[in-house]
Design a protein around this ligand. Sequence first.
Ligand code: AMP
Length: 306
Amino acid sequence: MRYKLGLLIVGSIGLDDIETPFDKIQNALGGSTTYISLAASYFTGPVEIVGIVGDDFPKANMDMLEKHNIDLEGLEIVKGAKTFRYGCRYHYDLNVRDSLFTDLNVFEKFNPILPEKSRKSNFIILGNIAPQLQTTVLDQLENPKFIVCDTMNFWIDRSKEDLIKVLKRVNVLIINDSEARLLSKEPNLIKAAKLISEMGPQYLIIKKGEHGALLFGDGTVFSAPAYPMENIFDPTGAGDAFAGGFTGYLHKNREISFESLKRAVVYGSVMASFCVEKFSTKGLEDLSFLEIHNRFIEFRELSSFS
Ligand code: AMP
């Protein structure tokens, strides 16, 4: 299958307070759309985003996104309202985090209206937002060809029925191992993958933090290696960076097959590995495609044997 046209990303844009065993920062740029669009921008562009912020959202953040050829026409700025805010604390084991607060703020009344041109997009990433909003986006698309969906425990706990409706309409679901167990109510990941695939998505990716990722689909499975990272400073956004690298690569190459999805999973893992090396979005702000490609080759060598 070969496709072209735009790549549209809908999700959260926000300000995060992050605490790790090494450092803490406040009001850092965050949100699923932010990480996804930055990661995708190294593969394709302009990347269109649809989202909402309050007028407390710093202009410097918008300038940085625009420098990455991210089209902000679909970003609504609400006067006198507060931007989405999220706070979390990581344990010494950085795979474990406690969410400290989730202030939906502008998101509470968000009704994503796609600009005319974005309705024609045929590659769509539904970032981590309420499944009801993901459905609103799907309903406005004129000719969707490839839909990638992300979610998190917050929505599996609160809106599972709505999420299951979304899953019937998407090509790929990307979740992490604990979310897969929560969604399927099955502790074994292989059995969980079968149960989730039956809910609708053609392909399923289960990320296992620093231990790699599994791709299920076409009756088979691919296991992407983990990159041996020495410097993990902030895991926030790793999953989103994965989704951006994965879909950005597929959008650039316009080929959907299990083989190209395998390469896309590795590009997703590469972007996640850059993301966690610095706080907030910093690890995704100043990369070159050569660095990305070189790490892709390192990934390939990690798991090549005869
Ligand atoms: P990740 O580490 O990939 O799960 O993504 C973290 C980003 O998701 C943070 O920058 C948060 O701002 C954002 N986020 C956290 N919780 C939610 C939520 N319930 N809905 C939408 N975005 C969220």
